[in-house]
Design a protein. Structure first.
Ligand code: PGA
Length: 256
């Protein structure tokens, strides 16, 4: 049984006060959700204060991006080792906003993925098609290409510590959620790809999250799908009650 991962991607939101408040709000109730794994990914400048606000509560800490080089003259960038050093356990890589706003390629995501492993960070590698690609019937092809490119040459041991997130670009921040059938179809394909590239045990172990307008009112249906192992949540992760309501839907799937 894969433990559901409920991950909040705060994006470029909050300030020091509201980031701490959000973290306290989630941490205060975290012990009600231990059958799921909770994770928050605040903006980099607030990672340390969120880590402190979480304290001993069972809430993981993740970053939203990093650079693949270990150190050096890369003004403005942050390395995997720096993130690990301040207590991050996860890093989101290849989010659609990184790919489409900042032009990140699968090759760059792949380099970052290796850098994350080298620093003992667990990558959450995102894939997802554009609306035009879905409408052209190219979803499966796009997801396959992103999977192959972003996860090229990754060993079995490394893939076991990796999380994959399927986020259809047209569903992110738009209020348009993929239907459970659309989401489950891609998740099932990704799991088949894991089995083909590695083996069935890997396919059964690696968690595949869904992201894109996940809210308390659609979480139960999405998380109830056989191949959806958690959620990567943007907008709804900025309110403790909404985030934890989605976590409750994740816990319910374990108890079902
Ligand atoms: P959203 O964002 O929940 O606001 O659609 C999801 C994401 O981009 O990770």
């Amino acid at each position: 049984m894969r433990k559901p991962l409920i991950a909040g991607n705060w994006k470029m939101n909050t300030d020091s006060g509201s980031a701490a408040e959000l973290a306290y709000g989630i941490a205060a109730r975290a012990d009600e959700f231990t059958s799921a794994e909770l994770l928050v990914c605040p903006p980099s400048p607030y990672l340390a204060l969120v880590r402190d606000a979480i304290g001993d509560a069972a809430v993981g800490l993740g970053a939203q991006n990093m650079y693949h080089e270990p150190s050096g003259a890369f003004t403005g960038e942050v390395s995997a080792a720096m993130l690990a050093d301040i207590g991050a356990q996860y890093v989101i890589l290849g989010h659609s906003e990184r790919r489409h706003v900042f032009g990140e390629s699968d090759e760059e995501v792949n380099k970052k993925t290796f850098a994350a492993y080298a620093a003992n960070l667990r990558p959450i590698v995102c894939v997802g098609e554009l609306l035009a690609e879905r409408e052209a019937g190219k979803t499966a092809e796009v997801i396959r290409r992103q999977f192959e490119g972003s996860l090229a040459s990754i060993s079995e041991q490394q893939i076991r510590s990796t999380v994959i997130a399927y986020e259809p670009v047209w569903a992110i921040g738009t209020g348009k959620v993929a239907t459970v059938e659309q989401a489950e179809e891609v998740h099932a394909d990704l799991r088949k790809q894991l089995a083909a590239c590695y083996n069935t045990s890997v396919a059964q172990t690696v968690r595949i999250l869904y992201g894109g307008s996940v809210k308390p009112d659609n979480a139960a249906q999405l998380l109830g799908q056989a191949n959806i192992d958690g959620a990567l949540i943007g907008g709804a992760s900025l309110k403790p009650d909404d985030f934890l309501a989605i976590a409750a839907a994740g816990v319910a799937t374990v108890q079902a």
